[in-house]
Design a protein around this ligand. Structure first.
Ligand SMILES: NC(=O)c1ccc[n+]([C@@H]2O[C@H](COP(=O)([O-])OP(=O)(O)OC[C@H]3O[C@@H](n4cnc5c(N)ncnc54)[C@H](O)[C@@H]3O)[C@@H](O)[C@H]2O)c1
Length: 436
């Protein structure tokens, strides 16, 4: 049983990634795929990863790239994981990520006993061994710490076949949820990532492992418990509802295309004008839609000191406004706002309860300056907007938060809107709903 320390201070929702105190991150299965991407992302944030893998050569190669160190560890063996924890007393971030697919992907009774044992020992045992070895030590430090568990979409929804893998990941997710609940009120937070296919040693297709690593770190930054790819969220809900209703399981279906589109970009990039034009195009296609300017959802003064841009208020409003608009019949939401990082995108998608497609309008800084000079000719905000625009341009270029970027220089508003519709997959074929 995991002992919690009632009354211990809660960790803040953001984690300091500074390793100046010598704090380290441990990544199991760090020699390849998602684990290697995690180790690299940690290295980029100045955190020295302990790259733990049963394949020592692979772990060494990743450790060399990331300024970390390598450990040969078989996560299925509690004694080896205990030794790993002993060797990393300054661990503050633990990524329990090692896993295997198994050799036999048939129905449960077709999978040989040995395969069941190996998959459960590594996938489930690896997580349990990690929690048993590290959590008491993390609690003993009294410092904020994060345990990030690589589960899988296969643990949040039931796909046919898959051998022992899917059931092992259901168990992993259950352990993650139990651990998160048991650690409530302590400085140790538990998070679970549930990706669908990822291009790694395990799968030749899917999203890039770097993308999963970014979502995992965004969970730590944003304080959320789980990340499920947006297109699968409805399927996970439907599966739970079917179970509650006593229905037989059916293969899950992804949601496509995304029902909400966010226009990202600096002030002066043309987000509001494009949103208006998009409205006309959706109207022409008979698609029931609504537009929301995220800035309008945060206009309340004074802002609390801990949230000067009123992010929390904007998200709470977005949740309610989106629900009302959907109830009123809107099938597509067009949002205009600024998303500076993946954690903000995650929070926005959670508030919308819908996947987002994010399209950034990128204008030359000189063009934006001209627009701002015209817009703010009569007020004293011009200097602030000019500085902010240049700063934000750099932030958005580096953030990697957009699904698509449209370079708008030399294009008229209608052209920009048509390009956005096209890249978002909201073109004539995709947008066929008629108003009722
Ligand atoms: N690739 C996908 O499509 C996908 C999707 C969802 C979840 N996942 C999960 O992501 C995690 C990482 O897998 P990946 O996709 O990066 O695959 P991968 O095969 O590229 O990497 C897995 C790593 O784990 C190591 N490993 C295997 N058994 C181990 C053991 N007993 N002890 C220590 N290390 C061990 C391997 O040597 C390898 O370096 C797994 O838990 C997997 O289930 C993968």
């Amino acid at each position: 049983m995991i002992t919690t320390r009632a009354g211990a201070p809660r960790t803040s929702s953001s984690s300091s990634w500074s390793s100046s105190s010598g704090a380290v991150a441990v990544v199991t299965g760090g020699g390849s795929g998602i684990g290697a991407a995690l180790a690299r992302a940690l290295g980029d944030r100045g955190v020295r990863p302990v790259v733990a893998d049963v394949d020592l050569g692979a772990a060494r190669a990743v450790a060399a790239q990331t300024g970390g160190r390598a450990e040969r560890v078989d996560v299925a063996d509690p004694a080896q994981v205990e030794q790993l924890a002993r060797s990393a007393p300054d661990a503050r971030w633990l990524f329990l990520n090692a896993g295997v697919l198994g050799e036999h992907l048939g129905a449960p009774w077709e999978v040989p006993a040995e395969d069941w044992r190996r998959v459960l020992d590594i996938n489930l045992g690896g997580v349990v061994n990690g929690l048993r070895a590290f959590v008491p030590r993390l609690l003993a430090t009294g410092e904020p710490a994060h345990v990030v568990i690589t589960a899988s979409l296969a643990g949040a929804a039931v796909f046919g076949g898959g051998g022992a893998y899917g059931p092992s990941k259901h168990a992993v997710l259950a352990v993650a949820r139990h651990a998160a609940m048991a650690l409530e009120g302590t400085p140790v937070r538990v998070h679970a990532v549930c990706p669908d296919l990822v291009r790694t040693g395990m799968s030749p297709e899917g999203m890039a492992p770097e993308e999963v690593a970014a979502h995992a770190l965004a969970l730590v930054d944003g304080g959320g418990f789980a990340w499920v790819p947006p297109v699968w969220r409805d399927a996970v809900r439907t599966g739970a509802a079917a179970l509650a209703g006593g229905e037989a399981p059916r293969p899950p279906e992804p949601t496509r295309p995304a029902a909400a589109l966010l226009l990202n970009g600096t002030v002066g990039a043309g987000k509001s004008t494009t949103a208006e034009q998009l409205g006309h195009l959706l109207d022409q296609r008979g698609a029931a839609h609504a537009r929301v300017d995220l800035d309008e959802l945060r206009r309340a003064w004074p802002a609390p000191a801990h949230d000067p841009f009123q992010q929390e208020l904007a998200l709470a409003n977005l949740r309610d406004v989106a629900a009302n608009l959907r109830r009123a019949g809107a099938q597509r939401l067009v949002l205009a706002g600024v998303l500076e990082d993946r954690a903000s995108r995650e929070r926005c998608e959670r508030a919308l309860e819908s996947p987002l497609v994010v399209v950034r309008l990128r204008a030359d800084v000189a063009t934006v300056r001209e627009r701002l000079q015209a817009r703010h000719a009569d007020d004293d905000g011009l200097r602030w907007h000019l500085d902010r625009c240049a700063e934000l341009h750099g932030v958005l270029e580096a953030a990697g938060v957009d699904d698509h970027v449209v370079d708008v220089d030399g294009m008229g508003p209608a052209e920009v809107a048509a390009a956005v519709l096209r890249v978002a997959g909201w073109d004539a074929q995709a947008v066929t709903q008629k108003r009722t």
